[in-house]
Design a binder for this molecule. Structure first.
Ligand code: NAD
Ligand code: IPM
Ligand code: MN
Length: 364
């Protein structure tokens, strides 16, 4: 039985980085790959950022790989038509509540970080971001006209016990395979939803995960601690909005947003399979789109997460990660991670180099 993968390159640099992933997928073989539109590209073709047909296809395949969505061309569209809605619908309708965003510093890039080298060398943090709840999806929401002529914009931060417990469980289970430490992040000092979050995570830890060291931190402090002393963290579990912010922040520890992959996972079925979408943490980078400048590594490392989490092809995931390491060690780098004195290479040349490094490692 072949493994089905849906590729959604999206907008801006999405198609550029995904083209490199496509080459790797074809090289590995054994996948039935389909490709479709999402975001602004889907809006231009069909008048919606995600058609029902594409949604149905995403539900049917074993895994989805997404590039990036959005861009200035579509920024003034009504909310329902914005490219970002396509991505949010995929996450919500596939019930991908757990977003894993690993921030891992490759040795060769310790100097590329804006932080001091010894603060980040060897860093390995896993941010688990809740992805289908919170202020992104809470009701009521909207913009309304007030009788006094003012307007009011409304979004609602809301979490239920069930939503908190299931994502916390993912964090605890991951911690058990790592350094057995979870830091739960909210603002329990200001928000009731944050207090509930803290209470539920603590209760779950007490009941089922006594072997994992659990701590709690306010989100503002966490942002500060991430740049002060990032190695204090192992697994961070947090809500949808804080997770969005903290993962971009963690990206800079690794040298560039162009290095950070992610996996978005749903609940396991009876056979242990989860619906899954893999995407880089970065966006469509309109400032460099169409110039062969984007770093494809975040997308390539998302492919390696897919191999590991959806297909039990861990050896190939290891091979890709080792190849990325080789390429960085050889000083082959896009502009975002280039060191002084190096000449940056383009997106496609990075793809070439990763493929060549994979071949070299597998003796080919
Ligand atoms: P962005 O992540 O697109 O870009 C931020 C900065 O990082 C830019 O300077 C960009 O050039 C740089 N950058 C990002 N990825 C890079 C890569 N692979 N290689 C080299 N440099 C890279 O964020 P933004 O500018 O705030 O948003 C642009 C658009 O992308 C918006 O429409 C936004 O909604 C969308 N967006 C989409 C996603 C997604 O699809 N998952 C994520 C974030 C933002
Ligand atoms: C991300 C992005 C998305 C988010 C946007 C594009 C909807 O910033 O994946 O980090 O806010 O979740
Ligand atoms: Mn983001």
């Amino acid at each position: 039985m072949s493994s089905t993968v849906l590729i959604l390159p999206g907008d801006g640099i999405g198609p550029e980085v995904m083209a490199q992933v496509r080459r790797l997928l074809d090289h590995l073989g054994g996948f039935d790959v389909r490709e479709d539109l999402v975001g602004g590209a889907a809006y231009d073709a069909h008048g919606t950022p995600l058609t029902d047909e594409t949604m149905a296809e995403a539900m049917a395949v074993d895994a989805v790989l997404l590039g990036a969505v959005g861009g200035p061309k579509w920024d003034t569209l009504p909310f329902a038509d914005k490219p970002e809605r396509g991505l949010l619908r995929l996450r919500k309708d596939m019930a991908l509540f757990a977003n894993l965003r690993p921030a891992l510093v490759f040795d060769a890039l310790a100097e590329a970080s804006t932080l001091k080298t010894d603060l980040v060398r060897g860093l390995d943090i896993m941010i688990v971001r809740e992805l289908t709840g919170g202020v992104y999806f809470g009701d009521p929401r909207g913009i309304e006209d007030l009788p006094n002529g003012e307007r009011r914009g409304i979004n609602t931060q809301v979490y239920t016990t069930h939503e908190i417990v299931r994502v916390a469980r993912v964090a605890f289970d991951l911690a058990r395979k790592r350094d057995s430490r979870v830091c739960s992040v909210e603002k329990a000092n200001v928000m009731e939803s944050g207090l509930l979050w803290r209470e539920e995570v603590q209760a779950l830890g007490d009941a089922e995960y006594n072997d994992v060291a659990l701590s709690h931190m306010y989100a503002d402090n966490c942002a500060m601690q991430l740049v002060r002393n990032p190695k204090q963290f192992d697994v961070i579990v947090t809500d949808n909005l804080f997770g969005d912010l903290l993962s971009d922040c963690a990206a800079m520890l690794t040298g560039s947003l162009g290095m950070l992959p992610s996996a978005s996972l749903g609940a396991a079925d009876a056979a242990g399979r989860r619906k899954a979408l893999y995407e880089p943490v970065h966006g469509s980078a309109p400032d460099i789109a169409g110039q062969d400048k984007a770093n494809p590594m975040a997308c390539i490392l998302s492919l390696s997460m897919m191999l590991r989490y959806s297909f039990d092809r861990g050896a190939e995931a290891d091979l890709i990660e080792a190849a990325c390491q080789d390429v960085l060690n050889a000083g082959i780098r896009t502009g975002d991670i280039v060191a002084p004195g190096m000449t940056p290479v383009g997106t496609r040349a990075m793809g070439d180099a990763v493929l060549a490094a994979m071949d070299a490692r597998s003796g080919g």
